[in-house]
Design a protein around this ligand. Structure first.
Ligand SMILES: Nc1nc2c(c(=O)[nH]1)N[C@H]1C(S)=C(S)[C@@H](COP(=O)(O)OP(=O)(O)OC[C@H]3O[C@@H](n4cnc5c(=O)[nH]c(N)nc54)[C@H](O)[C@@H]3O)O[C@H]1N2
Ligand SMILES: Nc1nc2c(c(=O)[nH]1)N[C@H]1C(S)=C(S)[C@@H](COP(=O)(O)OP(=O)(O)OC[C@H]3O[C@@H](n4cnc5c(=O)[nH]c(N)nc54)[C@H](O)[C@@H]3O)O[C@H]1N2
Ligand code: SF4
Ligand SMILES: [Mo]
Length: 837
């Protein structure tokens, strides 16, 4: 690790390239990277590619007793895993060769699934707090039975409900949950009468789905990897242009990205990557463009301006399918959103913005991909909407190889269960969407106070402004932590529940970004007394039935049949009740080596690859989603792409926004820009109508004051391909390969601060500070640093590998800055400074 880092600096990677000029032709960098990669491979101790002469395959010792078709639970590449088992023990994990998208591939994390099973730090039985302050590492817990654990929880919830305070109970899910658990949590909350069961979406990528739904009708990633069963053609593999914004797929979706690169080798498609730092994804690009963080909205508005004022749009498509083009044109022109205007904000030369706009508009089909780099901005919904306009006016929607592939927006509204039997209590309006609001509610009691929370995931690392979250969870009356390990959050718990890891259950766990779903079989029995999440909620309902004085036991038990513990039965129930899933039967799913894409209305339907395709296969799926969609291509009220309608304008204005977004950004972006103010006024959220939101005022110019003391901007994100959030920090391989938090800093910034490569450093923001190790990197803007998230204070594997313990990166983030429509936090922006530790 150490020597590698030193090597990077010795080689002077990127020397002589003017990164601060914000745009760099990658040809030169690529050459350098190739040379570096060759050297790196030569020296690398970890070679994970199976070789031609892999003698484990020929050894009697490694002949498995059985090979189980399971799947990886880390990223949305959703790799199928062939898990080799001998004497009941997992001995090997290989990639599914019969899935053309995966093509046998895996990344370094696939085999780490095994390390979640065989792990001495696993939680093995329920526990309750017996001593110690909440949050203190000296907290003491004692094993209890499942019965006692669930009855304690049920009693607490019922007491709150009986006191008229059901809304004080909340749940926070994680993306790491067997599919359908959210539906069971939602059902439990409906029976109880609380509206606060939150989904992972508002911290992950909901904004993209929200914008897609408002523009095209469905909140989903629009195209598919591999062959489109409707046309028999490659879908995303046939793109001629890839526009990536804020997505580092090489490290975050390596196997599906490898598929795109394989296709590109044939099509010679152009790849442009827009990211304030050079990532391994950018290193593959024809062009890497490095805007100032949190200014993509200006870039896209200017691209739209250039396209509409130079007649580069698809006039025939616009005329037939788009509502609001004239209003858009007027908006762009009257606000002066020219490339010259955007150049001053984004730091990208106007000529570059124009050539990018032209290339995108005239190279068809062109596919846009976005992920957390856009979602984690406070203008996420508005930015995604403008990106959807780009695809719409150039006719890049509803065609193979095009679309708005806003990652992680993969599911229908939900997986439906049958209607509830019995009369349920009326629910209040939910808190502002997203678990990042929980701390605010606990600490201020506004608009009302949460008193009991269950979580899946690790809010003490994942939620913004950790200092505030710590204070809140200390104050919280009752907290149930569910997870695999004693993570940071567990130390705040009253009750701890152990869950099973992926190989210990038959289920559908992940889904590929393109709405594709894969069945996975159970490989080994659950570790200790751990249970899969859906069992926990069924059992909790039955425990609640015993204690509820207001309802007959059947109110709970009949709505949570024990038969659903068998995942095959539960899945069949979803299939029977969820529109557009008729063809995704347990039988069909469990036989396939490839995942199957939703929507898929019948067993003879191939599943939809390209949404909104002008093709009978799409029309039949659309109608299955809702009979009112009959004959509709786009699933908006008008059946067309909706850029502007008076109704939409009215709704968005109620929360302080507009159908045609103006430019604004985070107040901690350097320079002075139109920004956002949150009023005290709580209104119904037009995008999430179940919840309140703060009405905002857009446009007040930021003072730039914060940058006197904190001159830099910081971004957070994934550290490398090795880690998946916090969970891989509990694996030996993860901590071994990437146990040190490497903070990327431009050489000039480092020099000014007297920091050398591999020095211990401190990053400070107005909220707090964290430690890390300097990784001097010429591939990052001079005004920006990058801080990997998900290093934590309780990751015990650090002991084994003698790596440091770390504070949460979210110490640095201000949780008041969020997108009041989608609920997304501005995780990717904070004012900061760095110094040597
Ligand atoms: N290895 C690994 N893979 C993962 C995960 C993981 O933890 N580890 N997590 C999974 C999950 S839940 C998610 S949501 C995805 C996230 O996947 P990604 O979105 O690819 O990951 P991030 O690192 O959060 O952010 C992507 C990029 O956004 C850039 N960025 C930051 N600010 C801006 C900006 O203002 N504009 C632009 N254009 N770019 C910006 C960052 O430099 C970063 O390279 O990954 C999934 N896959
Ligand atoms: N600063 C900053 N903050 C971020 C982000 C960022 O880029 N920057 N990204 C955001 C994003 S995109 C996301 S998705 C969130 C992720 O935040 P979380 O959802 O909180 O994180 P996870 O790693 O998914 O979950 C953490 C733990 O959940 C437990 N777990 C694993 N599998 C299961 C299971 O099956 N059931 C249960 N009950 N528990 C399980 C494990 O113990 C695991 O370590 O973080 C968000 N926070
Ligand atoms: S982490 Fe993603 S790319 Fe890596 S093996 Fe798992 S699903 Fe595949
Ligand atoms: Mo996420």
């Amino acid at each position: 690790m150490m020597s590698r880092r030193k090597k990077t600096s010795r080689r002077g990677f990127l020397t002589g390239v003017a990164v601060s000029a914000a745009t760099v032709t990658t040809a030169e960098l690529l050459k350098k990277q190739e040379a570096d990669a060759a050297e790196e491979n030569h020296n690398s101790a970890v070679n994970l590619q199976p070789t031609e002469f892999d003698f484990t395959q020929k050894s009697a010792a490694f002949q498995p007793d059985k090979i189980v078709d399971s799947a990886c639970q880390f990223c949305n590449s959703l790799c199928g895993l062939k898990v080799h088992v001998k004497d009941g023990h997992i001995i090997n994990v290989l990639g599914e060769p019969d899935d053309p998208v995966q093509a046998g591939g895996l990344c370094v994390k696939g085999p780490m699934m095994t390390q979640l099973v065989y792990n001495r730090f696993r939680l093995t039985h329920p526990m309750k707090r017996v001593a110690g302050e909440k949050g203190s590492p000296d907290s003491q817990f004692e094993p209890i039975s499942w019965e006692e654990a669930l009855e304690t929880i049920a009693a607490k919830f019922l007491a709150l409900r009986d006191a008229g305070d059901a809304r004080a109970i909340a749940n926070k899910t994680s993306g790491r949950l067997p599919r359908g658990t959210g539906s069971l949590v939602g059902r439990y909350f409906t029976l109880l009468g609380s509206p606060n069961d939150t989904d992972v979406g508002p911290v992950c990528n909901d904004a993209g789905g929200n914008a897609l739904a408002w523009t095209f009708g469905l909140g989903n990633f629009t195209n598919g990897y591999g062959i489109d069963g409707a046309t028999g053609k490659e879908d995303l593999g046939s793109a001629k242009f890839f526009l990536f914004l804020g997505t580092n797929q090489a490290e975050t979706h390596p196997v599906t990205f490898a598929y795109l690169l394989r296709s590109r080798a044939t099509t010679k498609a152009k790849l442009v990557v827009i990211d304030p730092r050079l990532t391994p994804t950018g290193a593959q690009a024809d062009e890497w463009i490095a805007p100032k963080p949190h200014t993509d909205l200006a870039l896209v508005l200017a691209m739209l301006h250039h396209i509409v004022t130079n007649n580069l749009y698809d006039a025939a498509f616009v005329q037939k399918w788009v509502l609001g083009f004239d209003e858009l044109k007027k908006h762009l022109v009257s606000n002066g959103y020219t490339p010259e205007w955007a150049a001053a904000i984004t730091d990208i030369p106007a000529t570059k913005i124009k050539s990018l706009a032209k290339a995108y508009a005239t190279t068809k089909p062109a596919a846009i991909f976005c992920n957390a780099g856009i979602s984690h901005q406070l203008g996420a919904f508005d930015t995604y909407r403008t990106l959807a306009f780009l695809a719409a006016i150039t006719g890049n929607i509803g065609i193979n190889g095009g679309g708005c592939n806003f990652m992680h927006n993969t599911w229908p509204g939900g997986l439906n269960l049958p209607s509830i039997k019995g009369k349920t209590p009326k629910k209040d309006v939910a808190l502002p969407v997203g678990p990042d609001y929980f701390a605010e509610s606990i600490l201020t009691g506004k608009p009302y106070q949460l008193k009991a929370i269950v979580t899946q995931g690790n809010p003490l690392l994942a939620s913004s402004q950790t200092g505030k979250v710590q204070e809140a969870y200390r104050k919280l009356d009752f907290y149930v932590y569910t997870g695999l390990f004693m993570e940071e959050s567990a130390y705040y718990a009253d009750i701890i529940l152990p869950v099973t890891s992926g190989f210990e259950m038959e289920t559908v766990y992940m889904r590929r970004d393109d709405r594709a779903i894969r069945w996975q079989k159970q490989v080994v029995p659950p570790v200790g007394e751990s249970k899969p999440d859906w069992h926990i909620w069924i059992d909790l309902a039955h425990a609640t039935a015993k204690l509820d004085k207001r309802n007959r036991p059947q109110y709970w038990t009949e709505n949570f049949p024990l038969a659903w513990k068998d995942y095959g039965n539960l899945w069949a129930t979803f299939v029977a009740n969820t529109p557009g899933m008729g063809g995704m039967t347990t039988e069909r799913m469990s036989k396939r080596s490839e995942p199957l894409r939703w929507p898929c209305p019948s067993v003879d339907h191939p599943g939809v690859s390209t949404l909104y395709l002008d093709h009978a296969s799409w029309y039949s799926a659309a109608q299955a989603l809702n009979p009112q969609n009959k004959g509709k291509r786009f699933l908006t009220p008008s059946g067309k792409v909706e850029i502007y309608t008076p109704e939409m304008q009215k709704q968005l204005a109620s929360a302080g926004h507009a159908a045609l977004p103006i430019f604004y950004t985070h107040p901690e972006v350097t320079g002075r820009h139109p920004t956002i103010e949150y009023t005290e006024q709580l209104v119904k959220n037009p995008v999430n109508p179940q919840a309140f939101t703060h009405k905002v005022k857009l446009g007040k110019v930021s003072s730039g004051e914060v940058h006197r003391q904190y001159p830099l901007m910081g971004m957070t994100g994934r550290s490398s391909v090795v880690h998946f959030h916090s969970v891989t920090h509990w694996t030996y391989t993860g901590k071994q390969m990437n146990g040190v938090r490497l903070v990327q800093i431009h050489p000039k910034v480092a020099q000014a601060a007297g920091i050398n490569n591999a020095d211990e450093i401190i990053v400070e923001s107005p909220r707090g500070s964290i430690r890390g190790t300097a990784l001097i990197w010429e591939g990052i803007r001079e005004d920006t640093i990058f801080v990997p998230n998900w290093f934590g204070q309780e990751q015990k594997m650090a002991q084994e590998l003698r790596t440091p313990y770390y504070e949460a990166a979210n110490q640095l983030i201000d949780n008041q800055y969020y997108d009041n429509l989608s609920g997304q936090q501005a995780f990717k922006c904070f004012a900061c400074r760095v110094k040597k530790a």
